[in-house]
Design a binder for this molecule. Structure first.
Ligand code: UDP
Ligand code: MG
Length: 368
């Protein structure tokens, strides 16, 4: 299998269906990695194991995206690349200049993927490469479908997280402009048309589940059961999950703005009604309404509503501000590719550190 992850795609117009030599791998798997040093080798071994199962792709491109890891993730990946374990696998690694987040890492991988079919998979072995290959096989035998999404059969997180995630899907689907299939993740395999559509969306705040739902296409779902994390810890805290969920809702709907409008309308109607009651009591019944407590309550209520409205506006304004800067979504520090087999057999076994230091194997950094 020839050398190299292909060049970056930049949207619909840049649809690439092959590598520089014209031969596209059957499947590109994009693996975002953040502090996954202990998982890299077991992950690669599992991929190799699954490749020998019938129905696996003939050729595979593995794109590791090192998302600002502070451990040995990159060194581990560089070793794997230098070892070039099989003719059927072509590996490369994109090192981002810092930790951008999984969404940015996924985009970085997507822009370099050259496979006819493309998939995302986590590095921690919670998602089995065998399932990716089953999704691949499904698309091979169903040309009318564009995407296969693996959906968690049952959640193994704590009760609190499960409950919150359920609420999130309910809320999102109630207020969002697109429908999120419950428990669908970004563990998917899809065709290039889907990849091109995803890359054509230049937004900074990326929420893959929403983006997949927004681009549409014919999606088949298959159940899967996530395994325990092989090593290391999840990068998600409860606070992080909250932020991600909130960001997802704000990215895909202006419903909070509408909610503030409704609150404003309700408050105005209620205060008008109260004014009528006060006037009626004062002018017709002749009661001198005690004003101070009422006034304090009303001021606090309306002040609260105004502050809430400002908070919601601020959230959207902040996003417009950040999107308006058009900063790159990620910055790649270097791209490490496999040594070309044809050039020299000695090179193919070059130790990792040297491979990483050889100018020929490190491409220019890019940003998007
Ligand atoms: N990840 C990443 N950048 C981050 C956080 C996570 O690339 O900032 C990767 C991580 O290495 C893993 C995948 O995203 O391959 C899923 O992360 P994690 O296992 O922490 O999430 P969980 O499975 O708990 O949802
Ligand atoms: Mg995980």
């Amino acid at each position: 299998m020839p050398d190299g992850c292909g060049t970056a795609n930049r949207g619909l117009a840049a649809s690439v269906s092959g590598r520089p030599d014209g031969e596209a791998p059957a499947l590109s798997l994009i693996v975002p990695c953040h502090n996954e040093a202990a998982n890299m080798r077991p992950f690669a071994e599992r991929v190799m194991e699954c490749l020998s199962v019938e129905g696996a792709p003939e050729t595979l491109e593995l794109i590791f995206v090192d998302d600002g890891s502070q451990d040995d993730t990159l060194a581990q990946v560089t070793e794997l690349i230098a070892e070039a374990p099989s003719d059927r696998i072509q590996m490369c690694a994109i090192e981002l200049s810092r930790n951008f987040d999984k969404e940015a890492a996924m985009l970085a991988g997507l822009e370099r993927a050259t496979g006819a079919l493309i998939g995302f998979i986590d590095a921690d072995l919670q998602q089995d490469p065998q399932t990716s290959f089953e999704m691949y096989a499904y698309l091979q035998s169903h040309p009318e479908m564009d995407c296969v999404a693996a959906v968690q059969e049952e959640r193994r997180e704590g009760r609190m997280v499960t409950w919150l995630k359920k609420r999130f899907y309910r809320t999102f689907n109630a207020v969002g402009d697109v429908e999120l299939p419950a428990h669908a993740s970004d563990f998917r395999v899809f065709r290039r048309n889907v990849a091109d559509a995803l890359m054509a969306m230049p937004e900074y705040f990326r929420f893959s589940k929403g983006l997949f739902a927004w681009v549409g296409f014919r999606t088949h779902t298959i159940p899967y059961q996530p395994a325990e994390r092989h090593a290391g810890e999840t990068s998600w805290s409860l606070r992080g999950l909250f932020g991600y969920a909130f960001s997802g809702i704000v990215s895909f709907t202006t419903w909070p703005l509408r909610l503030v409008l409704y609150l404003g309308i309700i408050a105005s109607v209620a205060s008008l009604a109260y004014l009528i009651v006060v006037l009626f009591e004062y002018l017709i019944v002749g009661i001198n309404v005690p004003g101070y407590p009422t006034l304090v309550c009303l001021i606090l209520l309306f002040f609260g509503i105004v502050m809430l409205a400002m908070g919601v506006f601020g959230e959207y304004l902040g996003r417009i501000y950040i999107e308006g800067k058009r900063r790159p979504i990620y910055i790649a520090r270097q791209v490490i590719t496999q040594p070309a087999k044809a050039a020299s057999p000695a090179k193919a076994t070059t130790p990792s550190a040297e491979a990483a230091n050889e100018g020929a194997r490190i491409e220019d950094a890019s940003a998007r």
